[in-house]
Design a protein around this ligand. Structure first.
Ligand SMILES: Cc1cc2nc3c(=O)[nH]c(=O)nc-3n(C[C@H](O)[C@H](O)[C@H](O)COP(=O)(O)O)c2cc1C
Length: 171
């Protein structure tokens, strides 16, 4: 599970944490925390020995049965940190046909549509298998975050759980 935001108190990180808390019994969620430590993608570095952080990223993707992403849009596009992470997956085989979904929590419906349209293009480039039922818009205003850092129980949280269930079912 990957949040495209690195800031404290991120809505997208809260959505990912909520998705992790919504896992069906017997399925373990692993939240990737290293997005801010990855070096800028450089084909000259994309060979053995890989930067340690890239090896770790590819190992975690390889071990995962599926990927779930939640990202903000900044300045009309996906954050550079997320695009950078995805660029590092292009040189590996770990994403090949990996079931993948996303949750767009943009509080204004369709506001970040351009980011998710380009996310689809990038994920297709990395040969991820996009699970349509697990790609959903779930508007989550910041006020909906509870003290425990998760999305408050209600329809939004149910929609996140449904996307998770669809992704698990497709994995
Ligand atoms: C500098 C800046 C630029 C932003 N640009 C956009 C944008 O182009 N489109 C959009 O939908 N939201 C934009 N936003 C709003 C963020 O996507 C929104 O605050 C989101 O909740 C941030 O997610 P996070 O809390 O996970 O970091 C922008 C916010 C900032 C601070």
């Amino acid at each position: 599970m990957i949040s495209g935001s690195v800031r404290q108190g991120s809505v997208n990180a809260a959505v990912i944490a909520t998705a992790a808390a919504s896992m069906p019994e017997g399925v373990t969620a692993v939240t990737y925390e290293g997005i801010g430590e990855l070096p800028h993608f450089n084909p000259d570095l994309d060979h053995d020995p890989l930067p340690e952080s890239v090896t770790e990223l590819r190992r975690l993707i390889d071990e995962a049965s599926a990927l779930l992403i939640s990202t903000p849009e900044y300045a009309g596009a996906m954050p550079g940190a997320l695009k950078n992470l995805l660029e590092w997956t292009v040189g590996g085989v770990e994403t090949t046909q990996k079931p993948t979904g996303w949750i767009n929590p943009s509080a204004i419906l369709n506001r970040s549509a351009g980011t998710y349209a380009s996310l689809r293009i990038v994920l297709e480039y990395t040969d991820c298998r996009i699970v349509e039922e697990a790609c959903v818009d779930v508007p989550v205003p910041r006020a909906l975050l509870a003290e425990d850092g998760l999305v408050t129980p209600g329809p939004e949280r149910d929609a996140i759980a449904a996307a998770v269930a669809a992704l698990v079912a497709a994995s």
